[in-house]
Design a binder for this molecule. Structure first.
Ligand code: ATP
Ligand code: MG
Length: 787
């Protein structure tokens, strides 16, 4: 009997799930490539396969490794598989990077890496480059470029000595920069993102017994979104696959959107050549979207030349035609979105959680946030906050990182004199120069020789760290192994000298700290409240170091917001145990999963609206999607040509195919960019899209294929009849308004003119007047609607 979870699949999907790589009369293991378009059930096949292997094939969950690219996707995958079989939760479902970190914590010593490394992000890499004498005088923009090239080199699995390195960056000195960067990173004992993939490959290659151990451990490897893998990730898969490993990858060449980060679409196209004996299964039914949505998305991506081309038929049939709204500016865009959403929720046609607002760049989220806050529409911003790039957050993280790895020169430089403690650059350089790795050790040694002011400052800094440290559980004797994050050596009672103000590490401080330990839950100090677990340590560090105070008082306007962000960081820490291992895990989580979600408003029965960049939506689906800013220069960006433009088209395809029931596109005539308001043209993609599956509202900008867009036949847009709402989405007949001089009134009529919508208002005073929506709306406050 076929179990129901398999019965729900179509024949190709079922074939893909039941494929085990073993063929009759053939000892070879056959890899599997599932190549299929959006929404065709690729992820569903993977999750079902995990459950089926465990349930029906008796596979040990520990022997299954499933890899993907974002933590959100990994969590989603785990959730879906567990719905079929609980034991799927025991399988290893991770992102490539988090798998790499897990690998290195256990085997990093084979590549001269301790287990207490911290992961550097792009900014840290730039800061590290800035400390190299060779690069001292270079402007930051150039350092960024070098850091970028180094990251790309690692994506392509190229070392400083590789002859192909010139393909990444042909600057004559690049090889030297890369070499010195690597040397310094090794001295500090940390890794960057690229290392999380590159180092495991090197270790597996150099240590066949480790490779064999991994081949024994993982007998099944599954990869979702394989089209976004880079060369280093491909090499990693190759090394992880032993002769008996079954590998199955799924992907869609039309959804490859990370070329700029080294993704190599050839990985998927050449899979059958690279993995001998591979079988290919294609899935051609889309279960997610109504057909006009698919047709619209396909009509754009079809314009790409470098694609395999796939047929995709909607299983759900026809539905509502996607809508394109031409709007005057981004404020109207935010209002338009808010109104669409509010209306659908008020009518009980949809919940907030059915809606997602997509944009090309992070900065675009702000306008929606402001409007939604004003209207009390609950929303969640996914990964667009650049939360971890904020100064106050980076400061707090530097404190935590230094606590974990006292060799971390970059973290030390960042916070040792912040807030100012009289520790000048000369002192910092001296400490770094004296240190043979461990900076804390160097400080202990040379502190008495420092000038008085600097001595007091450095001591104060370490004292603050000691405070944070005291919030962690002491290391238990049996926990060396993986958890042996030996931070500061507390055994320095003799070395310390109270007269020299070395209060850290000495017994007295430890006792004093113990007395302060574990403030009651929820206690509030200096505006921050410590909750549970690791948050105690985070709050204590922020307070004792003075970083909290510094940010609170540094900037009148944003001070409270900054404290709020620090509080959010502390909240995030509360789910981790107050141990050294917990701290490491927290930092790793932050480096690898930046998709922090900021929520506002209470999540009621209607959930929250999702605000998200198109890149972040990969693999997700929403009932209703609004793709915003479909303008030339925003999406696609103006500098995109050739392959880059093709990538933008794929990105458009990814965004549009997230929509299940309804899809909206918005395109503004004006947008504030780079600090000024600029006239915008509709996106090239609007020109390319099949207009038969697009309902247009609003007025297309002058000169833009006007005829073609507006002559849609009767009944398609509000301009055919006398409009009840203005084309800019701001006003509706029946809106109640307030005007400072005239008092209360109501919109009685709307008409379109060359200067945009003209709104007629009748006031309670009897006055009947008109105003131009585009220019004069700010004088009228909308206070409600009659319907
Ligand atoms: P993407 O390319 O966007 O990652 P995908 O190919 O991974 O998409 P899934 O997310 O697995 O597609 O599936 C899309 C939607 O279709 C999901 O809601 C899934 O549950 C549903 N679905 C997939 N296969 C079937 C099926 N046989 N019957 C009913 N629903 C299905
Ligand atoms: Mg998927």
């Amino acid at each position: 009997m076929i179990p129901p979870y398999l019965e729900a699949l179509n024949p190709e999907q079922r074939q893909a799930v039941l494929h085990t790589g073993k063929a009759a009369g053939d000892a070879l293991m056959h890899p599997l490539l599932i190549l299929a378009g959006a929404g065709s059930g690729k992820t569903r096949v993977i999750t079902t396969k995990i459950a089926w292997l465990i349930r029906e094939q008796g596979a040990d969950p520990f022997s299954i490794l499933a890899l993907t690219f974002t933590n959100k996707a990994a969590r989603e995958m785990a959730g879906r598989a567990q719905l079929i079989d609980d034991r799927a939760g025991l399988a290893m479902l991770r992102t490539f990077h988090s798998f790499g970190a897990w690998f290195l914590r256990r085997n990093g010593n084979l590549g001269s890496l301790g287990s207490n490394f911290v992961i550097y992000d792009d900014d840290d890499s730039v800061a590290l480059l800035a400390t190299l004498p060779l690069l001292e005088d270079l402007p930051k923009a150039e350092l960024k470029q070098i850091a970028h090239s180094i990251a790309r080199a690692k994506d392509y699995f190229l070392s400083p000595e590789d002859p192909d390195l010139d393909l990444i960056d042909f600057h004559p000195e690049f090889r030297r920069y890369y070499t010195q960067y690597e040397d310094k990173l090794a001295r500090i004992g940390n890794v960057d993102f690229g290392d999380l993939i590159k180092k495991p490959v090197e270790i597996l290659r150099a240590n066949p017994e480790v490779a064999r151990r991994f081949h024994d451990r993982f007998s099944v490897i599954l990869v979702d979104e394989y089209q976004d893998s880079n060369i280093a990730q491909f090499e990693l898969l190759k090394e992880l696959c032993g002769p008996a490993t079954y590998i199955c990858v799924v992907g869609d060449d039309d959804q490859s959107i990370y070329r700029f980060r080294g993704a190599e679409v050839r990985n998927i196209l050449e899979f059958p050549d690279r993995f001998a004996g591979a079988d290919i299964i294609r899935l051609e039914r889309n279960y997610r979207s109504f057909s006009p949505i698919l047709d619209l998305a396909s009509s754009v991506v079809n314009k790409n030349e470098g694609r395999l081309g796939k047929t995709l038929v909607s299983h759900r049939g026809t539905g509502k035609t996607p809508t394109l709204a031409f709007l005057p500016d981004q404020d109207t865009e935010a209002e338009f979105c808010a109104e669409l959403i509010e209306k659908s929720v008020n009518k009980k046609a949809a919940a907030y959680s059915d809606w997602a607002i997509l944009y090309r760049t992070n900065a675009q989220s702000l306008g929606f946030e402001t409007e939604f806050l004003r209207r009390r529409i609950p929303y969640r911003v996914v990964g667009s906050l650049k939360f971890y790039e904020r100064e106050e957050i980076k400061d707090a993280l530097a404190l935590l990182s230094f606590l974990v790895n006292p060799r971390d020169e970059i973290a030390f430089r960042r916070v040792v004199n912040k807030p100012a403690r009289g520790v000048g650059p000369a002192t910092v350089d001296r400490i770094v120069g004296e240190a043979a790795g461990d900076l804390a050790e160097a400080v202990r040694r040379i502190l008495p020789t420092l000038p008085t002011k600097a001595r007091a400052g450095v001591s104060a800094f370490f004292k603050a760290l000691e405070g944070g440290l005291s919030m962690l559980e002491p290391v238990s004797p049996e926990s060396d192994g993986d958890n042996n994050i030996l931070m500061f050596n507390r055994n320095t009672v003799e070395a310390s000298d109270e007269n020299n103000n070395i209060l850290f590490f000495n017994k007295k401080t430890a006792e004093a700290a113990d007395g302060k330990k574990r403030p009651p839950k929820g206690s509030k100090r200096e505006g921050l409240s410590a909750g549970e677990g690791l948050s105690l340590c985070v709050v204590r560090l922020i307070e004792d170091s003075g970083i909290g105070e510094y940010h609170l008082t540094h900037d009148d306007i944003t001070g409270f917001q900054r404290i709020g962000n620090l509080q959010e960081l502390a909240n995030a820490a509360s789910i981790y145990p107050a141990t050294r291992a917990g701290l490491l895990e927290f930092l790793e989580h932050i480096e690898l999963d930046r998709s922090i979600e900021k929520e506002t408003g209470d999540e009621g029965e209607n959930g929250v609206v999702t605000l998200i960049t198109v890149h972040n939506t990969k693999g997700l689906e929403f009932r209703r999607v609004i793709m915003t800013g479909i303008e030339q220069g925003v999406f696609p960006r103006d500098d995109k040509v050739g392959d880059d433009l093709e990538e933008e088209r794929r990105l458009f395809y990814v965004g549009a195919t997230r929509a299940m029931d309804e899809l909206y596109l918005t395109s503004c005539a004006m947008r504030r960019m780079f600090g000024r308001t600029m006239p915008m043209k509709p996106s090239l993609f609007i020109g390319e899209a099949d207009k038969n599956v697009l309902r247009i509202i609003g007025k297309p900008p002058f000169g833009f294929e006007g005829r073609e867009l507006t002559d849609q036949g009767p009944g398609t847009g509000p301009m055919v009849r006398k409009p009840v709402s203005s084309s800019d989405g701001r006003w509706k007949v029946g809106d109640r308004v307030f005007h400072d001089d005239q008092g209360y009134g109501a919109v009685t009529e709307i008409r379109e003119s060359d200067e945009g919508p003209v709104i007629r208002v009748k006031f309670e005073t009897g006055k009947d007047t008109h105003f131009l929506s585009l220019r004069q709306s700010s004088r009228y406050t909308k206070i409600g609607n009659d319907d």
